[in-house]
Design a protein around this ligand. Structure first.
Ligand SMILES: Nc1ncnc2c1ncn2[C@@H]1O[C@H](COP(=O)(O)OP(=O)(O)OP(=O)(O)O)[C@@H](O)[C@H]1O
Ligand SMILES: [Mg+2]
Length: 319
């Protein structure tokens, strides 16, 4: 149900209210069409594999900030853990590959996620046998492995062979469907470890929003419209207005994480001013505090009545 927020009528919010409203915004998740499509694919991979002789696999990839982890964590939360006959059941196990992965650090991460208090203790053999034992005993139906690109060394860019072999063995032995997720460069791991690559031949991308066709524009504006309705204000901010949507697209490139960042900054600004919605002045100020490292020539489009997306993109030297 949508939460109601009181009118501020020009009176700046108190600290507690500011915190509450900001937290509300952070938690908003919009199930846009591409999100729903991937969610359904994961659900199919999960539910069709229960009791199957050959459980499914899926590799989900996408650039930073498109919402991969958000979606996977939401999926995991929709299958909460429960205690049955004194055993904690973990229907969906979510694990992140640690930076500079080794077989030991990956196995420990699995045990930590499974709730083993001694997750770092023991030899490799002992850690591994506990991982497989617990997967079975905790009734794990689906394993999700995020940050797959951490199987590539950050400095040397070499694939970490021992850790990627560990993941390969897991996919062979665990007898449950597995979702791997990471940045597009993770494909390199499959080229290097062909056996793992063969296991994950179904590959799906979660993309950011586009703004080329009428359909693209409609999708992006619908996303903004739904987001707007859930913002922690008593009135709407008209984010989906064609001109404003164009400016928001220019600044964020349609990447949900940038959209969330600029809206968080402008929300705080507006709330401190006692406003009941975000205006372009707030977005203008938010833009100044926001740094997008790869775009040093980006201009502030807000409060610019003559802003033109195509001209601005050309001036910036992008296509
Ligand atoms: N569908 C969505 N609705 C609302 N907010 C979203 C959505 N998808 C992503 N976000 C926001 O974008 C931010 C980044 O999302 P997330 O961390 O899931 O990206 P990611 O694809 O996992 O990136 P990385 O590869 O860097 O880990 C989060 O703050 C999240 O709240
Ligand atoms: Mg992530």
């Amino acid at each position: 149900m949508q939460q109601k927020f009181k009118n501020l009528n020009g009176i700046s919010v108190a600290f507690d209210e500011l915190k509450l409203r900001k937290e509300h915004l952070k938690k908003i998740i919009i199930e846009h069409p591409r999100y729903k499509r991937i969610y359904n694919l994961i659900s199919e991979c999960h539910l069709l594999s229960v009791g199957s002789v050959e459980p499914g696999t899926l590799f989900l990839y996408g650039g930073t900030g498109v919402g991969k982890s958000t979606l996977l964590k939401e999926y995991t939360q929709n299958f909460p853990r429960f205690v049955l006959d004194g055993v904690t059941n973990v229907p969906v196990l979510f694990v992140s590959v640690p930076v500079g992965a080794t077989p030991k650090s990956v196995a420990s991460e699995f045990l930590l996620s499974l709730g083993d208090p001694n997750y770092e203790k023991g030899s490799q053999t002992s850690l591994d046998s506990r991982v497989f034992q617990f997967i079975e005993r905790c009734g794990v139906q689906l394993v999700i492995i995020d940050e797959f690109q951490h199987l590539i060394d950050r400095d040397t860019k070499h694939v970490l062979n021992r850790a990627s072999d560990w993941v390969k063995v897991l996919t062979e032995k665990a007898k449950v469907p597995i979702i791997l997720c990471g940045m597009p460069e993770s494909e390199k791991i499959f080229l290097h470890n062909e056996q793992l690559g063969r296991r994950f031949s179904v590959r799906e991308e979660l993309t950011s929003f586009n703004y080329d066709t009428r359909e693209d524009k409609k999708d992006f504006r619908t996303f903004l419209y739904i987001l707007d309705k859930q913002l922690p204000f008593s009135k709407q901010s008209n984010l989906a207005d064609p001109k404003l949507a164009e400016k928001l697209y220019y600044v964020t490139n349609g990447v949900p994480s940038y959209i969330k960042t600029i809206l968080e900054l402008s929300t705080v600004h507006a709330l401190k001013n006692g406003q009941d919605y975000i205006d372009e002045g707030n977005l203008y100020e938010a833009f100044i505090s926001m740094k997008v490292s790869k775009r040093p020539n980006m201009v502030n489009p807000f409060c610019d009545k003559k802003f033109n997306l195509y001209q601005a993109v050309e001036n910036e030297g992008r296509k």
